[in-house]
Design a protein around this ligand. Structure first.
Ligand SMILES: Nc1ncnc2c1ncn2[C@@H]1O[C@H](COP(=O)(O)OP(=O)(O)OP(=O)(O)O)[C@@H](O)[C@H]1O
Length: 231
């Protein structure tokens, strides 16, 4: 199921006035598609992710996550929607130092109400899908930076979300590792049939994306697309 933003405007208070972080933004990301958004600092990329994650309610416009229209949902309903349908990959892995790779996933899946045994089986499958077979029982300090980022991605996918939101995944990695993480995200997008929206400063790995969009002053436009079509 897709991610859809329709004519979304978001302003933030700025002194006596407001700053427009998102200016009538519309975008649809289909299941199995990875759309990358580039743009300079302050152009609105983080605001876009926060609105797509339903963490911030826009001033106007519509946001539909995994087929669910979010307008009018109560905070509790939004948090259930996030837990069930949204996976977020933050720039820094933020893994818990004392937990093994598989435990990092089990904890979050268990929070969704999945029985521990089932959560464990699914977590092992997810780690295998991101290339971490054999490393399930390692703690963060026993993994490389690239492997920690893989656990981070696996954790976001553990609940089988409809939508995957990714914030600057390659920022902390060198060129080769960054390239591999980008390839992994493309592959995982297909394997898990998730609608992936990724924001990045890095223009280096964009060839791997199905679609590249550019954010400037809160406005979104298409830079490149594998398939014809608009936003
Ligand atoms: N909480 C806030 N309060 C006031 N202004 C904000 C807030 N969050 C963002 N802004 C402003 O909204 C605009 C868009 O910011 P945003 O963080 O979304 O951009 P960005 O492209 O993610 O930048 P960066 O890459 O530096 O994180 C900027 O002008 C920023 O200063």
């Amino acid at each position: 199921m897709s991610l859809e933003l329709n004519d979304v405007t978001l302003t933030h208070p700025d002194g006596d006035g407001v700053v427009t972080a998102l200016d009538r933004v519309s975008v649809r990301v289909a299941p199995g598609e990875l759309a990358a958004v580039v743009g300079p600092s302050g152009s609105g990329k983080s605001s876009l992710l926060a609105v797509a994650a339903t963490l911030i309610r826009p001033d106007s416009g519509r946001v539909a996550v995994g087929g669910v229209e979010t307008l009018g949902l109560r905070p509790r309903e939004l948090s259930e929607l996030r837990l069930g349908r949204v996976g977020i990959v933050f720039q820094q892995p933020n893994l818990i130092g004392s937990l093994t790779a598989v435990e990092q996933l089990v904890v979050t899946d268990h929070m969704r109400g999945r029985p521990a045994r089932e959560a464990r089986v699914r977590s092992m499958e997810t780690l295998a899908a991101v290339g971490l077979s054999g490393k399930e029982h390692r703690r963060p300090h026993q993994l490389s930076g690239g492997e920690r980022q893989r656990v981070n991605i696996a954790r976001a996918l553990a609940g089988r979300p409809s939508v995957l939101l990714v914030d600057e995944p390659t920022a902390a990695l060198d060129h080769e590792r960054g390239g591999r993480i980008m390839e992994l995200l493309v592959e995982a997008t297909g394997t898990f049939d998730v609608a992936t929206l990724l924001v990045t400063h890095d223009t280096e790995y964009l060839d791997a994306a199905d679609r590249v969009l550019e954010m400037r002053d809160g406005r979104l436009r298409v830079l490149a697309a594998d398939r014809p079509g608009g936003l």
